[in-house]
Design a protein around this ligand. Structure first.
Ligand SMILES: NC(=O)c1ccc[n+]([C@@H]2O[C@H](COP(=O)([O-])OP(=O)(O)OC[C@H]3O[C@@H](n4cnc5c(N)ncnc54)[C@H](O)[C@@H]3O)[C@@H](O)[C@H]2O)c1
Length: 332
């Protein structure tokens, strides 16, 4: 398959590119490197350093290279920033996203896989969360992802676009080649690793949640398991996903197991062999106590099973990547 990956220089996109290449697909990366790194793109991949929001340019790229499917990983994805500045999020994730859909339509690309998020559910009413749970995002980030999922559905109904929206829970870990290098870093595992390396204390946001140890519980998924799901999802768009079902399919990607922040800290201490310096701060606005996925539907539809579900594997691979990239990509 000839696949365009937007955001292929980012954390999840770059590991997915590796997986697609290993499966024998031809890959093009479109990334403006606003939060990604050119060094994350393997030299054999054709790399266009520009935005997915330029409809005419993307249409040309799709037509000239006879692209058959798009994996859309690029987005703005910081919750706090989205609350402070929703305009950036609507422009990038919705307006830009629709420009990409229009380019796909003009170029006749009918297969689309989208990086969505558990943030579309907001504060869930039940756990584990299934795809039938109400969508009620509590920040502009989640809202713009939900809006784009809606566009996928209607483009499916009207224009025959076949799409899968993968709703990721908390992604962690690294491949041998690619890992997480964000500035600012808001994710737990790289923040723990940063605290271990610098010996500067990190802050746990709240120790008084209604959970057994008082810290929030999340469902962590290894980035390489996620990459496997992307490959399967792209392959699954070759024909209508399930007869009689609408053309746009949302699927949760998690392991179905929750770990508290303290449990992740303890696992990191075991992997690295020293204590994680930390302090307890106030809760962060909009952090639900528990977010755990039911990934049953992804198993059924894609035949996907997470194979690297232990915290040791996720933290161990992230730690290993940090050892080989002490300054991140720029000083590798
Ligand atoms: N990391 C997680 O835990 C997580 C969880 C749920 C959902 N997601 C979603 O997964 C996707 C990838 O996340 P990530 O953690 O790899 O983020 P990332 O910031 O590492 O990767 C995003 C990439 O998109 C690129 N990009 C941004 N705007 C662009 C534009 N207009 N044109 C071209 N490229 C652009 C960035 O340069 C970057 O390389 C995002 O859509 C995010 O919302 C991530």
């Amino acid at each position: 398959m000839r696949i365009l990956v937007t955001g292929g220089a980012g954390y999840i996109g770059s590991v997915s590119v590796e997986r697609l290449l290993a499966a024998g697909h031809a890959v093009w990366v479109l990334d403006d490197t606003s939060t990604g790194h050119a060094a994350a793109v393997p030299p054999e991949v054709r790399f266009s350093r520009s935005t997915y929001a330029d409809e005419n340019q993307v249409t040309r790229l799709l037509v000239d290279n006879a692209i058959e499917a798009i994996l859309h990983c690029a987005a703005r994805s910081l919750v706090g920033e989205s609350i402070r500045n929703p305009s950036i999020y609507y422009r990038a994730n919705v307006v830009g996203g629709v420009a990409l859909l229009e380019a796909a339509r003009r170029a006749g690309v009918e297969r689309f896989v989208f990086s969505s998020t558990a943030a579309v559910y907001g504060v869930p009413v039940a756990s584990p969360i299934t795809e039938l749970a109400p969508l009620d995002p509590i920040n502009p980030y989640g809202e713009t992802k939900r809006t784009f999922e809606g566009a996928l559905r209607w483009y499916g109904t009207a224009y025959g676009l076949r799409s899968i929206a993968l709703r990721y829970f908390n992604v962690a870990g690294a491949s041998e080649r690619n890992g997480e290098d964000h500035d600012p870093e808001t994710h737990l595992v790289p923040t723990i690793i940063g605290a271990l390396v610098s010996s500067l204390p990190m802050t746990l946001f709240g120790g008084d949640y209604p959970t057994p140890d008082g810290t929030p519980i999340r469902d962590y998924i290894h980035v390489e398991d996620l990459a496997d799901a992307h490959l399967l999802a792209l392959e699954a768009t070759s024909e209508p996903i399930q007869p009689g079902v609408e053309a746009a399919v949302p699927l949760n990607l998690g392991t179905g197991t929750g770990f508290s922040v303290r449990e992740v800290l303890a696992a990191a201490e075991k992997v690295v062999g020293k204590p994680v310096p930390h302090t307890i701060g106030p809760r962060r606005a909009g952090d639900p106590p528990i977010l755990v996925a039911s990934a049953e539907r992804a198993r059924e539809v894609l035949g996907w099973t997470p194979r690297r579900g232990s915290l040791t594997e996720m933290i161990g691979s992230a730690w290993q990547w940090r050892q080989t990239h002490p300054g991140g990509y720029d000083q590798a």
